[in-house]
Design a protein around this ligand. Sequence first.
Ligand SMILES: Nc1nc2c(ncn2[C@@H]2O[C@H](COP(=O)(O)OP(=O)(O)OP(=O)(O)O)[C@@H](O)[C@H]2O)c(=O)[nH]1
Ligand SMILES: [Mg+2]
Length: 418
Amino acid sequence: MSRNVSQVGESSKTRSTSVPKRDDDSHRQKILVLGWRKSGKTSCIKTVFQNVPAREVPYFGVTQKIEKINYDSIVPLQIWDTPSNFELDQLEVPISTFSTVVYVLDMQQDDSYHESILRFVHLMVKIYLLNPSIRFHMFIHKSEVLSEDYRGENYAEIQRTTSEEIEDFPYKSLLNSNSTSNQHQQQHANNTIGDKWDLEDQQTVGMIINTLISEIRYSMTSVHDVTLRDAWSRVLQGGMEMLPAVESLLLDFTSHSSADNSFLFDINSGVILATDNRHRTDDLSEQVTEYLSSFLAFRDLYKNIKKQKPTSNGSSDPKTEKEHGNPNGIGNEADPEEESEEDNDEPGGWWDDEDPDAPWMTQSTRLMPNTTLALWQFTPYLALVVLLRTETWHARRGTIEYNLTFLRQGVREILSVV
Ligand SMILES: Nc1nc2c(ncn2[C@@H]2O[C@H](COP(=O)(O)OP(=O)(O)OP(=O)(O)O)[C@@H](O)[C@H]2O)c(=O)[nH]1
Ligand SMILES: [Mg+2]
């Protein structure tokens, strides 16, 4: 499986099809990953965005300094992995340049998680006061270790304690400097907070408390199952301004195609970026995510297959294959509409780098007698997975693929203005 991720500073060759070409990282949404030592920060990032197998996580060394991981997706990301002794003054850029904080908390360590919660609340309050538009997610991690009952209990207790600590936080103390590794920056941050917020005012503090408590998104996660991808899905969706537009396109497509559900995936990470949000349950998302990762496991088998050249009459071999009915052609079906779309001369499209002859993946699987899952690749990054009744698939495949061209076009248009 190709790793469409590059460490900062690595050769740009690792990505042959990148989104906007810029020299700096200013177009990337920055996500700051924080947490107690050995809570699983690096594991949460690498297993999803660098496709490192979960069995390798015990061998990750201690993170000694901030590491930035670039990831190109619907929204280009830069994920900052931090050492456990991280302090805000170690950032070389203002906290206002970050869109999201992910705090990883090891749920199996009952003895240290109270300290970890305190640390989270301390960092969170400060970060919020410096950048009120930032989003906070807590990954309550390593959940597979605990029994189901104990897991639920811990999960609830961590949330309750976090809310209590936010309420009890000594907000006024932020107006006075306290000693850190960089006294000057600390003082500067405190001054800025003091300028922006009247922390002596009960009402202001009450508003801050309510906002913080209601804004944390909690997810139970483990590198050993799909919960981690689900949690990242919530993080990525939180940063997608175009989400409502993509969701409504998916909803239109799903209802016009008489399908049950549609999911737009980021292929390389296996993270769901958008769904039609009809009759969707977490179980369903998990099953579809599992399906995608199992299916993509076969991708390596096909990576060396040569591209098929167009024939003299202008049609491509894959199309011929399609006409002869090869619904399960994995990685060998090119879509003619895709090619004509690529030919348009719209200037500076983000897909300029895409190869118009790229053999987009397509696949369908009859999961149960009555249920079929179909997958189409949209771009190097995106795949659509549709869940529908098998009889609908057989009766309406033509219409569905016709509708798909509009969906594809719509999604591309939305993305091109981002
Ligand atoms: N059981 C279990 N163990 C995990 C999981 N994720 C990570 N670990 C283990 O937790 C330990 C720490 O993982 P890391 O990802 O290195 O944690 P970190 O927070 O980056 O650690 P530092 O960089 O040293 O602060 C490793 O031994 C992993 O095997 C998980 O989902 N379940
Ligand atoms: Mg680490």
